[in-house]
Design a protein around this ligand. Structure first.
Ligand SMILES: O=C(O)c1[nH]c2ccc(F)cc2c1NC(=O)[C@H]1C[C@@H]1c1ccccc1
Length: 232
Protein backbone atom coordinates (compact mmCIF):
# COMPACT_ATOMS: atom_id res chain seq x y z
CA UNK A 1 0.00 0.00 0.00
CA UNK A 2 1.53 3.32 -1.12
CA UNK A 3 0.92 6.43 1.00
CA UNK A 4 -1.70 4.75 3.19
CA UNK A 5 -1.68 4.38 6.96
CA UNK A 6 -1.36 1.59 9.49
CA UNK A 7 -4.71 -0.18 9.87
CA UNK A 8 -6.35 -0.23 13.28
CA UNK A 9 -5.15 -3.60 14.63
CA UNK A 10 -7.60 -6.46 14.01
CA UNK A 11 -10.35 -4.21 12.63
CA UNK A 12 -10.07 -6.06 9.32
CA UNK A 13 -10.37 -9.58 10.77
CA UNK A 14 -11.02 -11.08 7.32
CA UNK A 15 -7.50 -10.26 6.05
CA UNK A 16 -5.19 -13.15 5.19
CA UNK A 17 -1.48 -13.27 4.40
CA UNK A 18 -0.56 -15.99 1.87
CA UNK A 19 2.91 -17.19 2.77
CA UNK A 20 5.64 -19.42 1.42
CA UNK A 21 8.45 -20.46 3.77
CA UNK A 22 7.33 -17.80 6.25
CA UNK A 23 7.39 -15.00 3.67
CA UNK A 24 4.29 -12.91 2.77
CA UNK A 25 3.56 -13.32 -0.97
CA UNK A 26 0.01 -12.06 -1.47
CA UNK A 27 -3.07 -10.94 0.38
CA UNK A 28 -6.39 -12.74 0.57
CA UNK A 29 -9.53 -12.76 2.66
CA UNK A 30 -11.82 -15.19 4.47
CA UNK A 31 -15.08 -15.74 2.56
CA UNK A 32 -16.17 -18.81 4.61
CA UNK A 33 -14.70 -20.58 7.66
CA UNK A 34 -12.62 -22.95 5.51
CA UNK A 35 -12.13 -20.77 2.41
CA UNK A 36 -9.88 -17.84 1.44
CA UNK A 37 -10.22 -15.85 -1.81
CA UNK A 38 -7.09 -14.40 -3.44
CA UNK A 39 -5.57 -13.80 -6.90
CA UNK A 40 -4.55 -16.60 -9.29
CA UNK A 41 -1.28 -14.91 -10.40
CA UNK A 42 0.01 -15.35 -6.85
CA UNK A 43 0.63 -19.07 -7.43
CA UNK A 44 2.83 -18.43 -10.49
CA UNK A 45 6.12 -18.79 -8.65
CA UNK A 46 5.14 -21.29 -5.96
CA UNK A 47 6.58 -24.18 -8.03
CA UNK A 48 3.83 -26.49 -6.88
CA UNK A 49 4.29 -25.70 -3.17
CA UNK A 50 1.10 -24.94 -1.23
CA UNK A 51 0.71 -21.63 0.57
CA UNK A 52 0.29 -21.31 4.27
CA UNK A 53 -2.42 -18.82 5.30
CA UNK A 54 -1.92 -16.47 8.25
CA UNK A 55 -5.18 -15.33 9.86
CA UNK A 56 -5.88 -13.05 12.83
CA UNK A 57 -2.70 -11.02 12.24
CA UNK A 58 -1.85 -7.34 12.35
CA UNK A 59 1.94 -7.73 12.62
CA UNK A 60 3.52 -10.39 10.42
CA UNK A 61 6.17 -11.15 13.07
CA UNK A 62 4.94 -10.29 16.58
CA UNK A 63 2.95 -12.82 18.66
CA UNK A 64 -0.74 -11.83 18.77
CA UNK A 65 -3.64 -13.48 20.65
CA UNK A 66 -5.60 -14.96 17.70
CA UNK A 67 -2.85 -15.17 15.09
CA UNK A 68 -2.69 -18.60 13.49
CA UNK A 69 -1.04 -20.13 10.44
CA UNK A 70 -3.26 -22.57 8.52
CA UNK A 71 -2.15 -25.22 6.08
CA UNK A 72 -3.88 -25.20 2.71
CA UNK A 73 -5.68 -28.43 1.76
CA UNK A 74 -6.28 -27.48 -1.89
CA UNK A 75 -5.82 -24.49 -4.23
CA UNK A 76 -8.30 -23.71 -7.05
CA UNK A 77 -7.12 -21.06 -9.53
CA UNK A 78 -9.97 -19.96 -11.82
CA UNK A 79 -9.80 -22.08 -15.01
CA UNK A 80 -9.75 -18.94 -17.17
CA UNK A 81 -6.75 -17.40 -15.37
CA UNK A 82 -3.45 -17.27 -17.26
CA UNK A 83 -0.04 -15.62 -17.08
CA UNK A 84 -0.59 -13.38 -20.10
CA UNK A 85 -3.38 -11.13 -18.79
CA UNK A 86 -5.52 -10.20 -15.82
CA UNK A 87 -8.56 -12.26 -16.87
CA UNK A 88 -10.30 -14.41 -14.20
CA UNK A 89 -7.47 -13.61 -11.76
CA UNK A 90 -9.05 -15.42 -8.80
CA UNK A 91 -7.74 -18.17 -6.51
CA UNK A 92 -9.77 -20.15 -3.95
CA UNK A 93 -7.85 -21.76 -1.10
CA UNK A 94 -9.41 -24.50 1.01
CA UNK A 95 -7.87 -24.47 4.48
CA UNK A 96 -6.98 -27.81 6.02
CA UNK A 97 -9.67 -27.16 8.66
CA UNK A 98 -12.33 -24.55 9.42
CA UNK A 99 -10.70 -21.42 10.82
CA UNK A 100 -11.51 -20.72 14.44
CA UNK A 101 -13.66 -17.54 14.21
CA UNK A 102 -13.22 -14.89 16.89
CA UNK A 103 -12.82 -11.09 17.30
CA UNK A 104 -9.69 -11.15 15.11
CA UNK A 105 -10.81 -13.78 12.56
CA UNK A 106 -14.05 -13.15 10.72
CA UNK A 107 -15.62 -13.81 7.33
CA UNK A 108 -16.19 -10.86 4.94
CA UNK A 109 -19.31 -11.03 2.75
CA UNK A 110 -18.77 -10.48 -0.96
CA UNK A 111 -21.07 -8.75 -3.47
CA UNK A 112 -23.36 -11.15 -5.29
CA UNK A 113 -25.34 -8.59 -7.28
CA UNK A 114 -23.62 -8.09 -10.65
CA UNK A 115 -23.86 -4.30 -10.93
CA UNK A 116 -20.97 -1.82 -11.24
CA UNK A 117 -19.98 0.18 -8.16
CA UNK A 118 -20.66 3.82 -9.05
CA UNK A 119 -17.68 5.96 -10.05
CA UNK A 120 -16.38 8.18 -7.22
CA UNK A 121 -17.53 5.66 -4.58
CA UNK A 122 -14.78 5.67 -1.95
CA UNK A 123 -13.69 2.13 -1.09
CA UNK A 124 -10.86 0.85 1.06
CA UNK A 125 -8.12 -1.69 0.49
CA UNK A 126 -5.57 -3.12 2.92
CA UNK A 127 -2.43 -5.23 2.68
CA UNK A 128 1.14 -6.01 3.66
CA UNK A 129 2.41 -5.01 0.20
CA UNK A 130 5.18 -2.56 -0.61
CA UNK A 131 4.83 0.90 0.98
CA UNK A 132 7.29 2.92 -1.11
CA UNK A 133 9.13 2.93 -4.43
CA UNK A 134 12.18 1.26 -2.95
CA UNK A 135 9.97 -1.78 -2.23
CA UNK A 136 9.90 -1.51 1.58
CA UNK A 137 7.84 -4.28 3.14
CA UNK A 138 5.71 -3.37 6.19
CA UNK A 139 5.45 -5.59 9.20
CA UNK A 140 1.99 -4.28 10.11
CA UNK A 141 -1.16 -4.17 8.00
CA UNK A 142 -1.59 -0.94 6.00
CA UNK A 143 -4.78 0.49 4.50
CA UNK A 144 -5.82 3.21 2.08
CA UNK A 145 -9.09 4.68 0.77
CA UNK A 146 -9.46 5.03 -2.99
CA UNK A 147 -12.26 6.31 -5.26
CA UNK A 148 -13.67 4.01 -7.96
CA UNK A 149 -13.17 5.30 -11.51
CA UNK A 150 -15.48 4.36 -14.38
CA UNK A 151 -14.55 1.59 -16.78
CA UNK A 152 -14.66 4.10 -19.64
CA UNK A 153 -12.06 6.34 -17.99
CA UNK A 154 -9.97 3.30 -17.00
CA UNK A 155 -10.12 1.99 -20.58
CA UNK A 156 -8.97 5.26 -22.10
CA UNK A 157 -6.12 4.94 -24.60
CA UNK A 158 -3.77 6.74 -22.16
CA UNK A 159 -4.80 4.47 -19.24
CA UNK A 160 -5.43 0.72 -19.67
CA UNK A 161 -6.42 1.13 -23.33
CA UNK A 162 -9.47 -1.11 -23.58
CA UNK A 163 -8.14 -4.07 -21.53
CA UNK A 164 -10.59 -3.59 -18.62
CA UNK A 165 -13.43 -6.09 -19.10
CA UNK A 166 -16.86 -5.94 -17.45
CA UNK A 167 -15.44 -8.43 -14.89
CA UNK A 168 -12.88 -5.84 -13.73
CA UNK A 169 -13.05 -2.47 -12.01
CA UNK A 170 -10.54 0.32 -11.30
CA UNK A 171 -9.63 2.82 -8.62
CA UNK A 172 -7.68 6.05 -8.91
CA UNK A 173 -3.94 5.49 -8.50
CA UNK A 174 -2.74 9.10 -8.12
CA UNK A 175 -0.18 8.86 -5.33
CA UNK A 176 -2.18 6.60 -2.98
CA UNK A 177 -2.41 3.08 -4.40
CA UNK A 178 -2.12 -0.68 -3.95
CA UNK A 179 1.23 -2.23 -4.87
CA UNK A 180 3.13 -5.52 -5.11
CA UNK A 181 2.18 -7.82 -2.25
CA UNK A 182 -1.30 -6.30 -1.85
CA UNK A 183 -2.67 -8.52 -4.63
CA UNK A 184 -5.37 -10.93 -3.63
CA UNK A 185 -6.73 -8.58 -0.99
CA UNK A 186 -10.32 -7.27 -1.06
CA UNK A 187 -11.55 -3.89 -2.27
CA UNK A 188 -14.20 -3.15 0.37
CA UNK A 189 -17.01 -0.70 -0.46
CA UNK A 190 -19.70 -0.16 2.16
CA UNK A 191 -18.50 -3.15 4.19
CA UNK A 192 -18.81 -5.60 1.29
CA UNK A 193 -15.98 -7.06 -0.81
CA UNK A 194 -16.57 -5.82 -4.37
CA UNK A 195 -13.20 -6.68 -5.90
CA UNK A 196 -9.91 -8.56 -5.53
CA UNK A 197 -6.61 -6.74 -6.19
CA UNK A 198 -5.24 -8.23 -9.44
CA UNK A 199 -1.74 -9.70 -9.22
CA UNK A 200 -0.41 -8.93 -12.65
CA UNK A 201 2.74 -6.82 -12.47
CA UNK A 202 1.74 -3.18 -12.60
CA UNK A 203 3.37 0.17 -11.86
CA UNK A 204 2.05 1.64 -8.57
CA UNK A 205 1.16 5.21 -7.68
CA UNK A 206 1.03 6.48 -11.25
CA UNK A 207 -2.29 8.17 -12.10
CA UNK A 208 -1.96 6.97 -15.71
CA UNK A 209 -2.19 3.33 -14.59
CA UNK A 210 -5.22 2.97 -12.28
CA UNK A 211 -5.37 -0.03 -9.92
CA UNK A 212 -7.24 -3.01 -11.38
CA UNK A 213 -9.49 -5.38 -9.44
CA UNK A 214 -11.35 -8.53 -10.41
CA UNK A 215 -15.04 -7.87 -9.68
CA UNK A 216 -16.36 -10.68 -7.46
CA UNK A 217 -20.12 -10.69 -8.30
CA UNK A 218 -19.66 -12.21 -11.80
CA UNK A 219 -17.87 -15.17 -10.15
CA UNK A 220 -20.34 -15.90 -7.35
CA UNK A 221 -21.57 -19.09 -9.07
CA UNK A 222 -18.00 -20.34 -9.63
CA UNK A 223 -17.09 -19.62 -5.99
CA UNK A 224 -20.22 -21.40 -4.69
CA UNK A 225 -19.62 -24.33 -7.03
CA UNK A 226 -16.03 -24.90 -5.92
CA UNK A 227 -16.94 -24.59 -2.22
CA UNK A 228 -19.85 -27.01 -2.62
CA UNK A 229 -17.93 -29.61 -4.67
CA UNK A 230 -14.78 -29.63 -2.55
CA UNK A 231 -16.72 -30.26 0.66
CA UNK A 232 -18.68 -33.18 -0.84
O1 LIG B 1 1.64 -8.81 -5.34
C1 LIG B 1 1.59 -9.09 -6.55
O2 LIG B 1 1.05 -8.39 -7.44
C2 LIG B 1 2.20 -10.34 -6.99
N1 LIG B 1 1.95 -10.86 -8.20
C3 LIG B 1 2.67 -12.01 -8.28
C4 LIG B 1 2.80 -12.94 -9.30
C5 LIG B 1 3.61 -14.04 -9.13
C6 LIG B 1 4.27 -14.19 -7.91
F1 LIG B 1 5.04 -15.28 -7.76
C7 LIG B 1 4.17 -13.30 -6.87
C8 LIG B 1 3.37 -12.21 -7.08
C9 LIG B 1 3.06 -11.12 -6.26
N2 LIG B 1 3.51 -10.86 -4.97
C10 LIG B 1 4.84 -10.62 -4.75
O3 LIG B 1 5.66 -10.52 -5.65
C11 LIG B 1 5.26 -10.46 -3.35
C12 LIG B 1 6.58 -11.00 -2.93
C13 LIG B 1 6.29 -9.55 -2.98
C14 LIG B 1 6.07 -8.76 -1.77
C15 LIG B 1 5.91 -7.42 -1.89
C16 LIG B 1 5.72 -6.66 -0.75
C17 LIG B 1 5.65 -7.25 0.51
C18 LIG B 1 5.79 -8.63 0.59
C19 LIG B 1 5.98 -9.39 -0.54
Amino acid sequence: ILRGSEARPHLKPYMASLQLDGQHVCGGFLIAPQWVLSAAHCIEETHGKLFQVLLGAHSLTEPEPHKRLYQVHAQFPHPGSNIHNNKDDLLLLQLEEKAELNADVRVLPFQREDRDVAADTVCEVAGWGTTDHSGSRPDRLQQVERPVISRDVCNHRTRHDGTITRNMMCTDSRRKDTCKGDSGGPLVCGGVAEGVVTAGSRVCGNYKKPAIYTRIAPYAAWIDGVMASADA
